[in-house]
Design a protein around this ligand. Sequence first.
Ligand SMILES: Cc1ncc(COP(=O)(O)O)c(C=O)c1O
Length: 419
Amino acid sequence: MSMQSYLANHIKPGKHSETLLINQLSQMRSDNNQQVFKFGFGQSPFPVPDKLVNCLAQAASRKEYMSVQGHPPLRKSIVKFHAELENKKWDESQIIVGAGSKILLFCIMAAFENVNILLPAPSWVSYEPQGKLAGHKVDWITTSFEQQWLLTPEMLEQYCSKRENKDIPLILVFNYPSNPTGQTYSSEQLKALAEVMRKHKIIVIADEIYSLLTYQNNYSMLDEFYPEGCIASSGISKWCGAGGWRLGFHHIPKQLGQEFFQAVIGVASETYSCAPSPIQIAATEAYQDTKLAKSFLSKQITLLNTIAKHCSSTLRGIGVNIHDAQGGFYLFPDFSPFRERLSSRNIHTSEQLTNALMEETGVALLPGSAFGMNESSLTARLAFVDFDGAQIWQEDNTDVQFDKVKTGIEKLCDWLGTL
Ligand SMILES: Cc1ncc(COP(=O)(O)O)c(C=O)c1O
């Protein structure tokens, strides 16, 4: 037996992240000079502010390992920043900094011998593989267009009361504004969910990576209603446009205990050791300069909201089921009103739908099935950020810069019209 086939029998089952795959397909089309509308991959279109780039350049000589938990001035500035912008009441001794919030999500899951992971469908692509890599059972609760893709207290109560082994702790990964739906929760909705969470002692990882990009002011957050069980997850990837810098953090409430906190630090210590030191210095500045952050955020929100509204109202106009985005970079169109017409073209699943769209129009969407939706659900994620934020800053001319997104939406509508 060759070494390769010997190993193949022992490798964990896994799949290439579908978000990266669609990006490669898009790239291949571009390389062949075919037009591509990159609505598949959602990274911030905005540049990191110059001041922070300069700060990072100056910090490049910082070569020491920092503490696993994170540079103390950074933890302090994170707490102050989120108190000022989001009214958070966090404790800096309970913050852990990581090389992106994604690895911290994994550290939380890996700190447990045995937990069950619960995900609303649709949810971001990485939660399920992370739960499985950590050796845990992962369950889904499927939401619907009619319920605005939101988890309801009734659904959560029904799942919890029917669980087989209630002694095993339950982690719910709860992301708002949501990737992929762009939807978020009102304070009444969060309050009602918090009651069920408290009743069943659910550990909630509130993935708030897009919270600062919520389009409305005065939004609510879960730890206001469920401080004792809510681990908040965020970082600089989205609001600060710095995904590739790899810096995120978690706030773990004291009520979950020192033993748990130390177990998470332990996983962090045995995996990434610390977030890169120069990045921690630059991120400290990002969190300290709240004036810069506020003006950067308000400009981004205005642009995102404008283009999101254009996309959702155009698609709604031709009969697609779609809600306006309330934050972040995404819309989640549901093409089920076109099911019969799609069927006649032999398109029965979200993957067949996104493949046909890509091939016939160059519009790249990610299938709903990548986010935990049933294969036959005719849903997809549309990331409306295929524009150059840097150019918009310079030229102050949004109409021209949004052209590409608008043309992509037109192509999508034309294609649906020909069915
Ligand atoms: C919902 C969600 N959570 C977490 C992350 C990961 O963020 P980070 O760059 O901090 O690891 C992303 C990034 O795409 C995301 O969309």
